[in-house]
Design a protein around this ligand. Structure first.
Ligand SMILES: [Zn+2]
Length: 336
């Protein structure tokens, strides 16, 4: 991992399974949530003085792994002050209810538009079943646990909380989801970026640094909003991006530029194939071709089958998200 800086991998052996934990400087840990495959999604554990914050609750497996990691590090559940979800898609917030049950002193911090889904997750579950299908949904997420509204705090744009000696600042970052915020960490000058700053899998790191591309999971993709949210994150000249998918990468304006280029392509393909009957296949084929070409140019030397295995799930979700955006757009343009 060339440009992502030093880190240490701790493999915590549990009785039934092993958990990969990536330890970055300044007490930031990424816990592999074990969703879909290794190193696809993570949750962060941040420690400062005797306080702990969790950023991203993962699905059921993420919540379980976080609690095991807390235990293995000799931390007490009572030390966890904040459970933060960048948005309420289930790979980020599905395990929040389970975590809150196990962490008696924690307050859940969530975007205003996501809060009601944390106290009553029924619509969230129905929406996720529509995206993933019942079989995959049941295998991954299981039943969602509602959270007592008294333990939920909405974080407004510009809001701040402290953890030990560090400050977390929240900014509204729509574009991937309308209920998305990103969290700035004062100690590392890094952003916990959820899905706003795209996807960057460590398998695709080369001497050219990390490879990055956007995520447009249904149902809120908004290209204009996403571009300005990416610019907003870059405007503070951050040092690090802590991505949920996957891990910490060093920020550079070039990375932001490449990500925005990706958003432009996604938008372009949507508009180009808008009125073609098999538009989803056309968008998906264009995205696959572009990604394969781009990773090759980036110097990634993996067999095509492995690349397809790594990228196809996101191509499918991204295509669905672009399709939903086109349907919403058609409705808006045709008026009430
Ligand atoms: Zn995600």
């Amino acid at each position: 991992m060339v440009s992502s800086g030093a880190f240490r991998i701790l493999t915590l052996s549990m009785s039934q399974n092993c958990i990969s934990v990536f330890q970055y400087p300044d007490a930031v840990l990424a816990v592999d949530s074990g969703l879909f495959r290794d190193r696809m999604a993570c949750c962060y554990l941040v420690e400062d003085q005797d306080e702990v914050a969790i950023i991203e609750a993962g699905g059921e497996s993420g919540a379980r792994r976080l609690l095991q990691t807390i235990d293995r590090r000799g931390l007490r559940p009572e030390q966890v002050r904040w459970v933060i979800v960048t948005h309420v898609h289930l790979d980020h917030a599905g395990g929040a209810g389970q975590l809150m049950q196990a962490l008696p002193e924690a307050t859940l911090l969530v975007h205003e538009r996501g809060a009601k889904h944390m106290t009553d997750p029924s619509k969230l579950e129905a929406g996720a079943r529509a995206v993933y299908g019942d079989e995959q949904y049941d295998a991954i997420y299981g039943s969602l646990v509602p959270i007592d509204p008294k333990r939920v705090r909405v974080m407004p744009d510009g809001g701040q909380v402290s953890l030990g000696a560090r400050e977390f600042r929240f900014i509204d970052t729509p574009g991937h989801a309308s209920h998305h915020f990103c969290v700035h960490d004062s100690r590392t000058n890094g952003w916990f970026s959820g899905d706003t700053f795209g996807l960057s899998y460590r398998e695709l790191d080369t001497q050219n640094g990390p490879f990055i591309f956007p995520t447009t999971t249904p149902i809120d993709f908004n290209p204009d909003a996403l571009r300005s949210s990416i610019e907003k994150l870059g405007s503070v000249d951050p040092d690090w991006m802590y991505l949920t998918h996957f891990g910490r990468i060093a920020y550079s304006p070039d990375l932001a530029r490449r990500l925005i280029e990706g958003v432009n392509h996604f938008e372009q393909w949507g508009l180009e194939f808008e009125n073609v009957p098999d538009r989803k296949q056309r968008i998906s084929a264009a995205m696959t071709g572009w990604l394969l070409e781009a990773v090759k140019k980036h110097g990634v030397d993996l067999p095509r089958d492995r690349l397809i295995e790594l990228l196809q799930p996101d191509v499918d979700l991204n295509t669905d998200g672009i399709d939903v955006w086109l349907r919403r757009r058609a409705k808006t343009l045709s008026g009430p």
